[in-house]
Design a protein around this ligand. Structure first.
Ligand SMILES: *[C@@H]1O[C@H](CO)[C@@H](O)[C@H](O)[C@H]1NC(C)=O
Ligand SMILES: *[C@@H]1O[C@H](CO)[C@@H](O)[C@H](O)[C@H]1NC(C)=O
Ligand SMILES: *[C@@H]1O[C@H](CO)[C@@H](O)[C@H](O)[C@H]1NC(C)=O
Ligand SMILES: *[C@@H]1O[C@H](CO)[C@@H](O)[C@H](O)[C@H]1NC(C)=O
Ligand SMILES: *[C@@H]1O[C@H](CO)[C@@H](O)[C@H](O)[C@H]1NC(C)=O
Ligand SMILES: *[C@@H]1O[C@H](CO)[C@@H](O)[C@H](O)[C@H]1NC(C)=O
Ligand SMILES: *[C@@H]1O[C@H](CO)[C@@H](O)[C@H](O)[C@H]1NC(C)=O
Ligand SMILES: *[C@@H]1O[C@H](CO)[C@@H](O)[C@H](O)[C@H]1NC(C)=O
Ligand SMILES: *[C@@H]1O[C@H](CO)[C@@H](O)[C@H](O)[C@H]1NC(C)=O
Length: 417
């Protein structure tokens, strides 16, 4: 009886080890940037080792030339009379149905803080693909967001995810504020700027114009928002991590602990390519820079389904600082990766209409194959970590328990024989 049981377990364990070895070999190379057919759920590293149901990856690193556009020339900044938006998308890629079903542009919208000296007006003309001219790049192109100071206004950029029902997510983007002098100045490009330009606050230790805010954040409303923000008036090793609201209107004071001004770890500066990451869990948000956990924050952690936004803007106010006329800041984005859960309709509370349902509902049972998004051979391509063949428990625990069990049995069998 005892021998039978051991034999049976041995067979089961052997079968599991074989399927595990097979699964480990398998690099998930989904042609699609959506959930792969192979992965049932996604694991991230960190204190929460979160398990999420959905994965998206947008890769801007090697976008093929589109017709006459080889991405070496930035679209011109707007003239004074074009202030109200309505410009065309700047490339076929940024007007494709797959782009438009995932992202929308803020265009023609003016938003400024009270008493700001000039309006901040968004245009899709400030969102474009650039050909790489930077050191440390991961590919030949990147997505660019720009803010430029004109005489009477700031011309800014923002993209917003169509999907508005993220509820808990790990959001990552490899991005860089492009230093002045590193843009392609041999091209007849409006974005060629000299490194040293004291009028704009640019020099070798601060190679960017002052007066812009770069944001990567979740957003449902002004009181349901979690931010990564960098101010180009700060030194290049400073960043802000906040859960909104960070201001208490009643007492007219900053809300203690809601916003933290952080020095990036390991000598990182935002004028280099680094991976910025925000992990939003139930009751806590954690911020990472290039794989180092930098900050945890529980106060005001958002609790409502939200969208994702990236922007570059300025309005001359206290927060953004004042960009001099003729100044501009461009931000390169090589890729964006999001693992997340959802709640409610993809369109979110705004009820905006979507071209199609972006993410098909997933069955929780489908989490019998879990994939890691961290420590993979190729960023954006999760790798199978465990193949249970049918369980629905948290798969990382299964993997650990079963391999311990198998090892014990293996030792037992060795001892017996
Ligand atoms: C995501 O959803 C799954 C299924 O409901 C749940 O088990 C998991 O804990 C959720 N993850 C997070 C980080 O909330
Ligand atoms: C990006 O451009 C720089 C400057 O031209 C070049 O040295 C580098 O090799 C490029 N990187 C890639 C991946 O194309
Ligand atoms: C700059 O752009 C020109 C085209 O206008 C191109 O020939 C040149 O290779 C580019 N330089 C770099 C460093 O990418
Ligand atoms: C460079 O510019 C920054 C911001 O304007 C300024 O604080 C710093 O003193 C300047 N450094 C040098 C070496 O000029
Ligand atoms: C505080 O006041 C500002 C400006 O009037 C407003 O935009 C914001 O929503 C208010 N915040 C809260 C939490 O009420
Ligand atoms: C960010 O991390 C990657 C991978 O560890 C490393 O290769 C790169 O040099 C880091 N970037 C900076 C700016 O230190
Ligand atoms: C964040 O929290 C985790 C565990 O909850 C802890 O291990 C880590 O040291 C904290 N990190 C920081 C920077 O506070
Ligand atoms: C902002 O800069 C402009 C010059 O570009 C100047 O006229 C204006 O007074 C400045 N405003 C503030 C609030 O510093
Ligand atoms: C995963 O589980 C589902 C539901 O239990 C089952 O239909 C499916 O065949 C399983 N997939 C694999 C690859 O084991």
């Amino acid at each position: 009886m005892y021998t039978m049981e051991v034999l049976l377990h041995l067979i089961v364990c052997l079968a599991i080890s074989i399927s595990k070895v097979h699964a480990d070999d398998q690099l998930v190379q989904s042609p699609s940037k959506d959930n792969s057919d192979t992965c049932g759920c996604y694991l991230i590293n960190g204190p929460d080792a979160g398990y999420f149901q959905y994965h998206r990856f947008w890769d801007f690193r090697d976008i093929p030339n589109d017709g006459s556009n080889d991405f070496t020339t930035a679209p011109p900044t707007l003239g004074e009379l074009q202030a109200h938006g309505g410009q065309s998308a700047t490339s076929a890629y940024l007007d494709s149905s797959s782009w438009n079903s995932d992202w929308s542009y803020l265009d023609g919208v003016s938003s400024s803080s009270p008493n700001s000296p000039f309006p901040n007006i968004y245009s899709k003309q400030n969102v474009y693909i650039s050909r790489n001219t930077t050191d440390g790049a991961g590919g030949s192109t990147f997505l660019t967001l720009r803010a430029a100071r004109l005489d009477s206004f700031m011309s800014s950029s923002q993209i917003t995810s169509q999907q508005q029902n993220l509820l808990h997510a790990s959001i990552r983007a490899r991005l860089r504020v492009i230093p002045n002098g590193l843009r392609n100045s041999s091209a007849p490009s409006a974005s060629a700027r000299l490194l040293d330009n004291l009028e704009y606050g640019s020099n070798s230790s601060h190679p960017v114009d002052q007066g812009a805010v770069v944001g990567l954040f979740t957003y449902e409303s002004d009181t349901q928002e979690s931010d990564i923000e960098l101010l180009t008036q700060d030194t290049t090793d400073q960043i802000w991590y906040s859960n909104q609201p960070d201001y208490d209107n009643a007492s007219d004071r900053p809300m203690p602990g809601a916003s933290t001004h952080v020095t990036l770890p390991n000598g990182l500066v935002w004028t280099e390519w680094i991976e910025h990451r925000l992990d939003w869990f139930d009751g806590v948000v954690r911020w990472w820079a290039n794989d180092t956990l930098v900050l945890n924050k529980s106060i005001n952690a958002p609790s409502q389904p939200s969208g994702l936004m990236l922007n570059v803007w300025g309005d001359g106010g206290y927060w953004s600082g004042n960009m001099s006329v003729g100044g501009e800041v461009t931000v390169g984005i090589e890729w964006i990766q999001v693992v997340f859960n959802v709640s409610g309709s993809a369109a979110g509370p705004s009820g905006r209409s979507l071209d199609h349902t972006m993410i098909m509902p997933r069955d929780d049972m489908a989490c019998n194959i879990s994939c890691s998004v961290d420590g993979v051979k190729q960023v954006g391509y999760p790798e199978v970590t465990f193949h249970s063949g049918g369980g629905r428990s948290r798969p990382s625990l299964w993997a650990g328990d079963l391999s311990k069990y198998a090892l014990g049995l293996f030792i037992l069998v060795l001892t017996v024989f």
